[in-house]
Write a protein that binds this ligand. Structure first.
Ligand SMILES: [Zn+2]
Length: 243
């Protein structure tokens, strides 16, 4: 009589092997995708630097801003895989935006509008959250399709033309605002990072409230365009309060 081994004993090592190699490939793909994100972020950063006027703050103010920013970056989950940077640009509108891979910009209009460090931290945390949750890369994937992303990830000599198109799209998304869901998610994670860094969520609530009082939910004037394109500010306030 031939004793047959239970089937699972034969299949098990095979399954383990498949899982291990798959997770190896997944990790490999993730690292290639990360390098694509850095390429896209770096290219669009260069375009913004060529288009906008960078402002050099007084050393004391610069140090204060950087220290708030660093505290928030340290609270996010991608702090080790990315080099976050903060650049102040000359622009009157109250706005800030984040490019893929951690390039964050604030307008001088925002620096003048905030009333305390907590409000500023709240806005910066929201932008860091867009990078942390990969909202830029997700939007790019939806826009260009996974097929092209795969091709770009695997292609060492990426087409400059394609990369420029993707970079322009990334900048547009960053400046105009992401999807409704992404904005709510950035609000939520922004508050988490703020609190982890020692700021209070009441400060960002105060900021939003002031904006609603000044502008209402509709017809937001251009200089107060911050995050105005997507979810109504009052709904964002309610959601942050409920956290
Ligand atoms: Zn946003």
């Amino acid at each position: 009589m031939i004793r047959r081994r239970p089937l699972f004993l034969l299949v098990l090592p095979l399954l383990v092997l498949i899982c291990v190699s798959f997770s190896g490939y997944a990790g490999f793909f993730d690292s290639l995708e990360l390098s694509l994100e850095k390429d896209i972020g770096g290219d669009s950063y260069e375009s913004i630097m060529a288009e906008m006027t960078v402002v050099q703050l007084e050393p004391e103010e610069e140090e204060r801003l950087q220290s708030i920013f660093n505290r928030l970056v340290n609270a996010c989950s991608r702090k080790d895989e990315l080099e976050f940077s903060l650049t102040v640009v000359e622009e009157d509108s109250v706005n800030a935006f984040a490019l893929p891979a951690g390039y964050i910009f604030v307008h001088t209009g925002l620096l003048n509008y905030v009333q305390n460090d907590g409000e500023l931290a709240g806005v910066l945390a929201h932008e860091i959250a867009h990078v942390d949750r990969k909202h830029g890369m997700d939007a790019i994937k939806r826009q260009v399709g996974m097929g092209l992303i795969l091709k770009l990830v695997l292609d060492k000599n990426k087409s400059k033309e394609t990369m420029a198109k993707i970079g322009a799209f990334a900048i547009n998304m960053a400046q105009l605002g992401y999807s409704r869901e992404a904005e709510f998610e950035a609000d939520r994670y922004g508050v988490i990072f703020m609190e982890k860094a020692g700021f209070r969520k009441e400060d960002i609530l105060g900021f939003w409230q002031r904006m609603v009082e000044e502008t209402g939910d509709q017809d937001v004037p251009k200089y107060l365009q911050l995050f105005s394109t997507h979810p109504p500010t009052s709904e964002r306030i309610e959601r942050i309060k409920a956290m």
